[in-house]
Design a protein. Structure first.
Length: 191
């Protein structure tokens, strides 16, 4: 066998190994969580109230990953209201876990842009004013929000942040907020 043929075979084997490794990595990523319909109840007005189970992820002292916690949400008639209730649960936090959101931060509004599969989140000004700063803190907040939302709602593929109704260059001086964020499920610990 000539030297060129051996080189071509070695390159082909290396390319195949890289392809297999990439496929294995993609297979391990969470593909999303389908909120489970828990029950239907007849409310006081005679209508039917539906409840779903959602999976929220929070930081913990003992892990670098966001850890799962399950909650129930009543399903409103308007889909955007379901997103709002979900984000309220995220902002409220969970005892025993860390919520990477500064105190006093509230969601002003949100809008789902179906054609772009994007959720716009508009937070009040304390988000930028009270943010502790640092690249890690900014990334923790961003992916806390983005990963939780995109994991639970498959129709949302990206999230854009606004502060006080306006686009902001950065959160606290490090991460560019002018473009939307796609999920990075490597932050999640699916247990």
């Amino acid at each position: 066998m000539t030297r060129q043929k051996r080189l071509l075979i070695a390159i082909a084997i290396a390319a195949l190994a890289v392809l297999l490794a990439a496929l294995l990595l993609l297979r391990k990523k969470p593909v999303g969580f389908e909120p489970e319909l828990l029950n239907r109840e007849i409310d006081k007005g005679g209508g039917i109230a539906e409840f779903i189970k959602v999976k929220l992820f929070f930081l913990s002292e003992t892990s670098q990953y966001l850890r799962p916690v399950f909650r129930e949400i009543e399903v409103p008639e308007i889909r955007e209201e379901l997103y709002r209730k979900f984000i309220s649960l995220l902002l409220a936090g969970d005892s025993g876990h860390i919520t990477p959101v500064p105190g006093g931060v509230q969601l002003r509004s949100l809008h789902y842009l179906g054609a772009r599969q994007m959720l716009l989140l508009d937070f009040n000004e304390p988000l930028a004013a009270a943010f502790p700063g640092g690249t890690s803190a900014e990334l923790e907040f961003i992916y806390f929000m983005v990963d939780n939302i995109c994991y639970n709602f498959r129709e949302i593929k990206k999230v854009k942040f606004l502060i006080g109704g306006n686009e902001s260059k950065t959160l606290a001086g490090h991460i560019d907020l002018e473009k939307p964020f796609f999920p990075d499920f490597a932050w999640l610990k699916d247990e």
